[in-house]
Every structure is written in structure tokens, then in C-alpha cells.
Design a protein around this ligand. Structure first.
Ligand code: ZN
Length: 148
């Protein structure tokens, strides 16, 4: 794994939270994006080399809605950038981690993402993310996940 790519924070209201984080960093979000498959709206902030992702649920089935119902607002996940997500998934599986989605899905910010179950990582949800290499790969992945 290369480095922490971003830290995800679950919020009740993205607009209200964005105002707070804009004040904190002295700069507005550089990207806002809805991820329909995950039921989330996101806003990304940059601070030096680091990124913060705010996430608001767009429906009650969203993992963010469930997280907030259980734990309230707060740090939701830590995302690590990886060179080759499929390689890392099989490596971590062999190490005994539980991968929530072995088929990486298209996440926010032009990334392929997979999550590790927090049970094996001391209560922290870990996201693996890889910059999307090419459009064709994504088309194939989406076709695959539609067939499930
Ligand atoms: Zn994330």
C-alpha cells in the first residue's frame, strides 16, 4: 500500500459540514460528487498533500445512513492508495482479512475501491483505492456487477 489517500467522514448534512470544513481549511471543496451505487453524496477537501472526504447518505439503505444511525457523525473510513487493487485484495485475503467486495467498484474521485471488514482491522473500516487506469476496465467491471 502506498499511502493514506484520504480520510472519510460521515456527516448528516453535506452542505452544513462543507461550510465548517471550508472554514477549517480556508478553501472550498475541490470536488463534489454523488455515487449512486453507494447512496452517498461526497465533497472532497485538500489540505496540503492530504484529502478529506465528507459523505452524506442519500437514502436509508446507504452504508453512511446505517453508520450514522449506529455511531453518529464522525470518521467513517481510512482509504489507502494501492498500485494494483486486485493484487492487494488477494494478498490481504490470504492474510485473513475479510474483503467486503472482492470485485472493486467505481467509487468517488475516479477510483476503483474495495473495503475491508472493520472486524479484522480493530474497528476501522479500511478502503483500498486505485486510480482508474482506463475506461474499458470500468465498463467491464460495471457489466460484471450488473450480472450479479
Ligand atoms: Zn473514501
Amino acid at each position: 500500500m502506498k499511502k493514506i489517500e484520504h480520510i472519510g467522514i460521515a456527516v448528516v448534512n453535506l452542505k452544513d459540514a462543507s461550510i465548517i470544513y471550508e472554514k477549517l481549511f480556508g478553501a472550498p471543496a475541490y470536488k463534489e460528487e454523488e455515487v449512486l451505487s453507494e447512496g452517498v453524496k461526497t465533497a472532497f477537501f485538500r489540505n496540503g498533500p492530504n484529502k478529506i472526504e465528507l459523505l452524506e447518505a442519500t437514502n436509508l439503505e446507504s452504508p453512511i445512513a446505517k453508520f450514522i444511525a449506529k455511531k453518529g457523525e464522525g470518521i467513517h473510513h481510512i482509504a489507502f492508495e494501492v498500485e494494483d487493487i486486485l493484487f492487494e485484495i488477494s494478498r490481504l485475503k490470504k492474510e485473513g482479512f475479510v474483503i467486503l467486495n472482492e470485485l472493486p467498484k467505481k467509487g468517488a474521485d475516479n477510483k476503483l475501491v474495495s473495503f475491508l471488514h472493520p472486524k479484522e482491522t480493530n474497528g476501522v473500516l479500511i478502503e483500498l483505492c486505485q486510480e482508474i487506469p482506463q475506461a474499458t476496465l470500468i465498463n467491464n467491471l460495471e457489466k460484471d456487477s450488473n450480472n450479479e
